[in-house]
Design a protein around this ligand. Structure first.
Ligand code: NAD
Ligand code: PPY
Length: 346
């Protein structure tokens, strides 16, 4: 739990029957209802679950603002007593029913969507009990997975980074992707098409087998932070780069999809001091929000959404340029842009 968290509201509920701690954080509702996905995972304790939800909700506010989307930031955490795969379908349905009840109680101040361990199929179930749901399956009338659009945006951020570093393109560069799930796998094929050498790490044997079939190199999950590469792409979980990792990470740039990959307040400065370029995550991974909010709130078509996701590299470049000019870390620069205190050139 963050002491003196400046967000709008944190709502918690414990269900003794399932042993689940539910948390919904509304970071801001100034620009519209708070929105952000539902994450289902195990946390060490209630305070860690709340802190994760608060930090993730904060990132959502920045993401919405930087894209000019008319929503605030929120996030839900379903803190499970056992790993998700050990729950029976009956237990999971009960958990989703309680979560839907919690969302409904917020009366439209919070809208959810898919996040780690929740899918469009889960959104279909939630939508049976609450209106405030993005990202239902296409069969159920929603716009489905946001992962391809997220990968498109991360790719755009990576290309902008390659240009910024004077490489021109990603051709011949080594890109190490941590996590080849929905976003990471799509990103891998995009950068491979650009001529990059792809290395991946993932605990899933099936995902690694597919990666090897595609000709990617594989490293163990315990070696990702010590394997030399040009671009490190965190596409699994957050909190992986603390100040000590930042001081040694053998990469020229960090550009990925994971929310909040930086674990502490000084990691971005440590990376900057070493000349390691960090693409602010709330810009690089904003394609998902563009897909869900753009299609389901603003009525944009797929082409409009893709054009905007492909334009995220421009915002990344503006953040890099501002960081260089002002001698500040790139994530601080991106926060200025999100707050409307620095413009993105057309
Ligand atoms: P996913 O669950 O499909 O993929 C995550 C992958 O990471 C899985 O293959 C998993 O096995 C792997 N993984 C787990 N622990 C790992 C470890 N220690 N080392 C290496 N790999 C590990 O999730 P996703 O939808 O691809 O999202 C990836 C990240 O991007 C998440 O942090 C998510 O919050 C963020 N994100 C996703 C979207 C989206 O549209 N899907 C949007 C914004 C941000
Ligand atoms: C994210 O982008 O991190 C999400 O949580 C996805 C999302 C985006 C916008 C509304 C709901 C969910």
């Amino acid at each position: 739990m963050i002491d003196e968290w400046p967000g709008a509201s944190t709502v918690g509920r414990f269900d003794p029957e399932t042993g689940v701690q539910f948390v919904i954080c509304l970071d801001s509702i100034l620009n519209g209802p708070a929105a952000g996905g539902t994450r289902a995972t195990h946390y060490a304790d209630r305070a860690s679950a709340i802190e994760d939800a608060q930090r993730l909700a904060g990132a959502m506010t920045l993401k919405m603002a930087v894209c000019g989307l008319p929503m605030g930031g929120g996030k839900s955490v379903i803190s499970l007593p056992v790993p998700r795969e050990q729950l029976t379908s009956r237990e999971w349905e009960r958990i989703l029913a309680i979560h839907a009840e919690n969302i409904e109680m917020l009366g439209g101040n919070y809208w959810t969507g898919p996040d780690v361990n929740t899918t469009s199929a889960d959104m279909d179930v939630l939508a049976g009990k609450t209106r405030y749901v993005f990202g239902r399956s296409e069969a159920a009338g929603g716009v489905g997975s946001s992962a391809p659009t997220t990968a498109l945006g991360v790719h755009s951020a990576m290309r902008a980074t390659a240009a910024h570093l004077g490489w021109g393109t990603l051709d011949g560069r080594t890109v190490l992707i941590q996590g080849v799930g929905a976003v990471g796998a799509d990103l891998a094929s995009r950068v491979a098409d650009d001529g990059a050498r792809v290395i991946v790490a993932d605990p899933s044997p099936a995902r690694l087998a597919e990666a090897e079939r595609r000709g990617y190199a594989v490293v163990s999950t315990s070696d990702v932070l010590t394997t030399p590469c040009d671009v490190f792409a965190p596409c699994a979980l957050g909190g992986i780069i603390d100040s000590s990792v930042a001081a040694t990470l053998p990469a020229h740039a960090v550009v990925g999809a994971a929310n909040n990959p930086l674990a502490d307040a000084t990691a971005s400065q440590v990376l900057a001091d070493r000349g390691v370029v960090f693409a602010p995550d709330f810009v690089a991974n904003a394609g998902g929000a563009l897909h869900l909010v753009g299609r389901e709130v603003l009525g944009w078509g797929a082409e409009e959404v893709d054009a905007r996701a492909a334009g995220l590299g421009k915002i990344i470049k503006a953040a890099y340029d501002l960081a260089d000019r002002e001698r500040i870390p790139t994530d601080a620069a991106a926060r200025f842009i999100a707050a409307g205190r620095s413009a993105v050139p057309a």
